[in-house]
Design a protein around this ligand. Structure first.
Ligand SMILES: [Zn+2]
Length: 66
């Protein structure tokens, strides 16, 4: 059996290996009964940027449709 104590950090979105510090974090909320669990999976630079752009897109879209 191999030890996985030093697992490389990988991007949550594209599974690319992250060297150094993650560029950003996603945000996931889970509701379990009365408890809210919060997870912030690491993202590589490209995905952190893409996700923040997507979030901005969504805001503009909603404004246009309303
Ligand atoms: Zn990525």
């Amino acid at each position: 059996m191999t030890s996985l104590s030093e697992r490389p950090l990988t991007c949550h979105a594209c599974d690319a290996e992250i060297v150094g510090e993650p560029a950003g974090h996603g945000l996931m909320l889970f509701v379990r009964g009365d408890e809210v669990l919060r997870e912030e999976p690491p993202l590589c630079e490209r995905c952190a940027l893409a996700i923040s752009m997507t979030a901005l897109d969504r805001i503009f879209f909603e404004e246009e449709e309303g």
